[in-house]
Design a protein around this ligand. Structure first.
Ligand code: MTE
Ligand code: MO
Length: 309
């Protein structure tokens, strides 16, 4: 068995720009950060209490058991095919209710920020979950660069549309209307737990996890955490989101993790924490807001969360 040596460079020295600028160099250069190397305190970090357990899911699982339908619907498809995607250079269009609209180079958007390590639970609407050590930047810091106008109430995100490299986008059988789109209310986007992830396990984001950058909203079902973003638009009206467009009865706009609102076809009361096998399913109760209620429940005060699922 290979025993990993400590990382040559602590993860906080990996600047987000360097991720964009020299992806190839970093992809092979850095060893994984063990649990002990992860930065200590941020709100909600509670260790090893049953369902609150933040034991990291092995990197091998995080990077090989994926949902990224642009590359196919199988959990192994993203790892098999996403390496075909060109992620440099990367451009992002910023539009809508902002003082500084434009088309920006990816690295320009995050220049000067440092990537923070955030250990978050990721709960898929399909009732499996993992714990991922992301490297990311608070989304708010990025959005503020564009100077959102007072009338902006929502943010819409779009994934890259490139059928030549994303094989399922060109597939006749795909029922999704590409590109993948998602959205957040502006106060959700500005919440300190919401990050734009540029890496995991101390390394740049693998393509299958949404390189070069993807949203991570830890209290919502995984489908809100849209990958490989090329468009950010501030809007006054609630944006559309892909899974809601596909099955409005099954997937809402809010998609807050909620054990007391079942999916029409299965229970959301519990989840399989990966690694999960037939003999060790590792089934644990699902927590309201995926364990982040203390930090985010206030965003939804007075709302009927059964109706706004
Ligand atoms: N563009 C895009 N983003 C996406 C998806 C997708 O199919 N396409 N799948 C979503 C779903 S359902 C989940 S659970 C997470 C999975 O992220 P991971 O593969 O990094 O674990 O990505 C989300 N973001
Ligand atoms: Mo998901």
């Amino acid at each position: 068995m290979l025993i990993r040596k400590p990382p040559d460079i602590p993860s906080y020295e990996i600047t987000p720009e360097s991720v964009f600028l020299s992806r190839r160099r970093f992809t092979s250069g850095i060893a994984a950060v063990g649990v002990g190397g992860l930065s200590g305190s941020w709100p909600g970090m509670v260790r090893a209490r049953a369902t609150n357990d933040l034991t990291l899911t092995p990197e091998e699982i995080i990077t090989s058991y994926n949902n990224y339908y642009e590359f196919g619907t199988g959990k192994g498809d993203p790892k098999e095919y996403a390496h075909e995607l060109t992620t440099a250079p990367w451009q992002v269009k910023v539009s809508g209710a902002v003082g500084k609209p434009g088309t920006y180079a990816g690295e320009a958007l995050i220049k000067g920020f440092s990537a923070e390590e955030r250990v978050y639970r990721l709960r898929c609407v399909e009732a499996w979950s993992m714990v991922v050590p992301w490297l990311g930047i608070p989304l708010r810091a990025i959005l503020d660069r564009f100077e959102p106008l007072g009338k902006a109430k929502y943010v819409e995100f779009k994934t890259l549309l490139r059928p030549s490299e994303m094989r399922a986008q060109g597939s006749f059988f795909s029922s999704i209307d590409w590109p993948y789109v998602e959205g957040l209310r502006l106060d959700e986007a500005n919440h300190p737990l919401t990050i734009m992830a540029v890496g995991l396990y101390g390394k740049p984001l693998p393509n299958q996890n949404g390189a070069p950058w993807r949203l991570v909203v830890p209290w919502k079902y995984g489908f809100k955490s849209i990958k490989s973003i090329v468009s950010i638009r501030l809007t006054e009206r609630k944006p559309k989101n892909t899974w809601n467009l596909l099955q409005p009865r099954e997937y809402g706009f809010y998609a807050n993790v909620n054990p007391s609102v079942d999916h029409p076809r299965w229970s959301q009361a519990s989840e399989r924490r990966l690694p999960s096998t037939l003999f060790h399913p590792n089934r644990i109760p699902t927590l309201p807001f995926n364990g982040y209620a203390e930090q985010v429940a206030g965003l939804y005060a007075g709302m009927d969360l059964r109706r706004h699922f």
